[in-house]
Ligand binder design. Structure first.
Ligand SMILES: [Zn+2]
Ligand SMILES: [Zn+2]
Ligand SMILES: [Zn+2]
Length: 481
């Protein structure tokens, strides 16, 4: 709660500016040893005040000095006095004042603020509260006893208003670190007791798998948010919550990302799926690898039969909500067109007819895909990347033709920080909000980040836009099937 207050952020950033000096240190290494002479150092200290001097000074001086330090016009380097100033500030970081600020997050020697808060009239505080969102008013009310009394029951009445559901959720998420035995139920906006604490396991969608006692568990209007992985398999948001809570606050708050990983065969087709999860910089990343053998020369109806589930006309492999727009299904079909015919001896060919193709005796299985279906693609509306590949794989069930080509579709997605299913990457992947993924992901691809955790380096390549025409027709479009 307190982290989001602007004053705190300003203070932190000022702090970081003042003491995070990577540059001055690297410059120091370049200097010849004679330049750091003691008299100059002393002079610098004398001008600036002693090491660990007054809090205000150590807090503000470096930022000021950053601008004032003399830069040598010819070499572009700071002059020596400036460099020594940097040393002095660096040392002052170890002062008790600064440490107490760092550890306790408070400014020392500050007078207690309660009398000052109480000196302002309740009407004025009500007026201030009018300018805040309902969750911020509630946070203000619980920040001190005085404010609790001054603001009265109004903040809590406001939070109970169904219109303020999202604000109530935001307020409650801030309590997560206090409730390891409970989990926030977003449709109810209430914390429910975890009934399988630490033993929560992800199961197929058809299996009833409650992890807390929710009075609205069977109510469709209160359906919890979940992401479709493959046919018959979903990832409920509560599992993202559990993983990210455990990551943030400790193992008793949830489960580890590894426990979500699965390998399974599709119930109604030959597709095999492998899911893996990985936490990177406070966000849960997902990878789903789906594969199936791909026969050569499939007509369009055969390609559709191979790619789409008869159950819901979704692809068998894992997709984000925007799969119908853009090129995803077309590039899958393009890849299927590159599948090479299996090996046929001259004798096998003669059994079919008089025409003999010598190339069929030794087909080149390592055929490359084309520039359309080979490159990695990124969905422009959510943080999801796709790669379609053709690979030779062993089919132990077919003794006549043991090695066949398989189509492999890999999806990487950023599922967000597990704080709120209504916003961020989770909502984007599920089509409930849009983000410009080329802007937000930046230069380093999700796939690259994910694969580097197991030591695999994906060679740098251009990631193409999955939907270059920017047409968003969804089911109404005509190209997705
Ligand atoms: Zn509930
Ligand atoms: Zn192609
Ligand atoms: Zn998408």
């Amino acid at each position: 709660m307190t982290e989001s207050t602007p004053s705190k952020r300003t203070f932190k950033s000022r702090f970081a500016n003042a003491f995070g000096g990577g540059k001055p240190r690297s410059r120091l290494q370049k200097l010849p040893p004679s330049t750091g002479s003691t008299p100059e150092l002393l002079k610098a200290h004398a001008r600036e005040g002693s090491i660990g001097g007054s809090t205000l000074r150590s807090q503000y001086a470096p930022t000021d000095c950053d601008q004032e330090w003399q830069i040598d016009e010819q070499t572009g380097e700071r002059d020596h006095t400036g460099l020594l100033h940097g040393l002095a500030h660096h040392e002052s970081f170890d002062s008790l004042d600064s440490l107490s600020q760092k550890i306790l997050g408070v400014q020392p020697y500050r007078k207690p603020g309660e009398p000052m808060i109480a000196s302002l009239s309740p009407e004025l505080w009500d007026h201030i509260a009018d300018h805040l969102t309902p969750d911020d008013v509630a946070n203000l009310a619980i920040s001190s006893k005085t404010l609790w009394k001054l603001l009265g029951p109004a903040p809590w009445v406001a939070l109970e208003d169904p219109e303020n559901h999202e604000y109530k959720v935001k307020f409650l998420v801030g309590m997560d670190h206090l409730l390891p035995d409970h989990l926030l139920c977003f449709p109810c906006a209430k914390y429910h007791l975890r009934i399988k604490k630490g033993q929560e396991t992800l199961k197929a969608t058809r299996i009833l798998n409650p992890i807390f006692d929710c009075p609205h568990a069977t109510n469709v209007a209160y359906a919890p948010s979940r992401a479709r992985l493959t046919t018959g398999h979903h990832l409920p948001f509560s599992f993202v919550q559990l993983v990210m809570r455990a990551q943030r606050f400790g193992p008793q708050y949830g489960i580890s990302a590894d426990t979500l990983s699965r390998r399974y065969k599709d119930r109604e087709s030959e597709w095999m799926h492998q899911t893996r999860y990985y936490v990177h910089k406070g966000r849960l990343l997902l990878r789903v690898v789906s594969r199936t053998f791909a026969p050569p020369d499939l007509p369009i109806s055969g390609q559709r039969h191979l790619l789409y589930s008869r159950e819901d006309y979704f692809p068998y492999f894992s997709v984000c909500a925007h799969w119908r727009d853009g090129e995803l299904m077309n590039i899958c079909k393009c890849a299927l067109d590159h599948v090479v015919k299996p090996k046929e001896t001259v004798r096998q060919q003669l059994q079919k007819g008089p025409a003999v193709k010598l190339s069929l005796r030794n087909p080149n299985y390592f055929v490359t895909q084309c520039s359309r279906c080979r490159p990695m693609r990124r969905c422009p509306q959510c943080p999801t990347e796709y790669l379609i590949e053709l690979k030779l794989a062993e089919d132990r069930t077919d003794p006549d033709n043991q090695f066949k080509q398989a189509i492999i579709v890999t999806r990487w997605s950023d599922l967000g920080d597990g704080r709120n299913p209504a916003e961020g990457p989770w909502a984007a992947c599920n089509g409930q909000s849009n983000i410009d993924s080329f802007d937000t992901i930046g230069k380093r691809a999700l796939s690259g980040i994910f694969e580097s955790q197991s030591g695999v380096t994906i060679p740098g390549q251009t990631i193409l836009n999955l939907n270059p025409s920017k047409m968003n027709k969804g089911e109404e479009g005509h190209t997705w099937y």
